[in-house]
Design a binder for this molecule. Structure first.
Ligand code: NAD
Length: 390
């Protein structure tokens, strides 16, 4: 019997496991899913949890419930090495797992661009636990201010104004007044900065959508610094290329992502930012017996540009790889992966968003926000999680 091992229980890995079990019975293949936690994380909504707008338990969905009755063995463990030539995976606790077919769906890592002190002193927002840490930290800044009267405690900085940065800034703009109110502090003393290296926010996005986002966020007190690359982060301050220094105890870094180091270390062929090069079937170009999907891989889209590392594509790649492994087991032809980019919507806090759906239809405000919520509901329905939590 074949042993299929899936590394990672995120959008790509979970959907791959679910898709496989639609077609492959447990007498034909054993399926093991390895994940760091016993839960699947809805990381597209971390910005809400980071400010306390959504409880963290609603972002953690039990993998055993999502895969209930599907005969998938869930191994809770952290992958420390992949040895493709030996068809072996090593876990941090010393366990090893052998496989016949491997799917690597380990996601991306934060790109620090070698910025001095960024890794050591900035928060990142890539997991539910990090979101909890940020929320607790913000609360403590307000509480400490009452005793220490250090204005830097009430100055919050988000580095990067891509989708992740803008969504977080939007949530902070809506939530900080509540934190201030609870601490009995005037909002006049609170400052929220978004620092972006490019000349404008949401680089590459349509100008009218960018303008709408900027107007909405500025009206809620966000101070944008654009054309201002962060060059250094130290305890209590952040420095930008222009030489300007902002005194703060809170820098949250959303400046970019890169591939997974485990993929690089395993010897899979990668592009310079560590994402695995894959063929049209999502198999590693250097090791075609291994599928590498989601943020961990690098795929050129129809327009000749790399596909963005988004949840919707990870989800689609999970299904596509599940189908192709099924085809392999049946001796059928493999199907090329056909991405279907349904749109891009950036929330701007509670009840506001901007975005584009169905290629060119632009949406603003509450409508855009509702469209984003609807896409989240669609995902939950797809994975059978409407009424689940961890
Ligand atoms: P990103 O790479 O898209 O944006 C990072 C931003 O940080 C860029 O604008 C970059 O210019 C800026 N930056 C880099 N170095 C800097 C520096 N030294 N100082 C200041 N700014 C600096 O990363 P992201 O926002 O995390 O998004 C990653 C991917 O995930 C993208 O493809 C994005 O579209 C996707 N995403 C989508 C959604 C959504 O659909 N709602 C939400 C989040 C992320």
């Amino acid at each position: 019997m074949e042993h299929i091992v899936i590394l990672g229980g995120g959008y790509a890995g979970l959907l791959c496991a679910q898709e496989l079990r639609k077609h492959v019975s447990s007498s034909d293949a054993e399926i093991t899913l390895v994940n760091k936690h016993a839960y699947h994380q809805l990381i597209t909504q971390l910005h809400e949890t980071a400010v306390g707008a959504r409880p963290d338990r609603s972002l953690r969905l039990s993998l055993s419930k999502l895969l209930e009755g599907k005969n998938v063995e869930i191994v809770k463990g952290t992958v420390s090495a992949i040895l493709p030539d030996e068809r072996l995976v090593e876990l941090q606790d010393g366990r090893t797992i052998t496989y016949d077919k491997l799917v690597v769906a380990l996601g991306s890592e934060t790109e620090y661009f070698g910025i001095a002190g960024m890794k050591e002193h900035a928060f990142t927002l890539k997991s539910v636990n990090q979101a909890r840490l940020i929320r607790a930290h913000i609360e403590s800044c307000f509480a400490r201010y009452l005793y220490e009267r250090d204005p830097a405690l009430l100055r919050f900085v988000v580095g990067g104004a891509g989708f992740s940065g803008i969504e977080l800034v939007g949530e902070l703009a809506d939530a900080l007044p509540q934190f201030a109110l609870e601490a009995g502090i005037s909002m006049d003393q609170v400052e929220l900065y978004n620092i972006e290296a490019a000349p404008g926010i949401l680089p590459g996005f349509d100008k009218d959508l960018v303008d709408a986002a900027q107007t909405s966020l500025t009206s809620r007190g966000v101070r944008f610094m654009t054309g201002a690359a962060i060059t250094q982060v130290e305890p209590g301050r952040v420095t930008v290329k222009t030489g300007e220094v902002i005194e703060t105890h809170t820098v949250i870094w959303t400046g970019g992502v890169r591939g997974n180091q485990l993929v690089v270390d395993a010897g899979f062929e990668t592009e310079p930012r560590g994402r695995a090069k894959v063929n049209e079937y999502l198999q590693s170009v250097s090791h075609p017996d291994v599928y590498i999907i989601g943020d961990a891989c690098f795929v050129i889209g129809e327009e000749g540009r790399p596909l963005p590392p988004t949840a919707q594509l990870a989800w689609q790649m999970g299904i596509a790889s599940g189908k192709n492994i099924t085809n392999e087991l049946r001796g059928a032809a493999l199907e090329p992966f056909k991405p279907n980019i349904l749109g891009a919507l950036a929330s701007l806090g509670r009840k506001d968003a901007v975005g584009k759906v169905f290629k060119s239809y632009k949406m603003y405000g509450k409508m855009a926000y509702m469209a984003k919520e609807a896409s989240q509901m669609r995902y939950l329905a797809k994975i059978g999680a409407m009424f689940h939590s961890s």
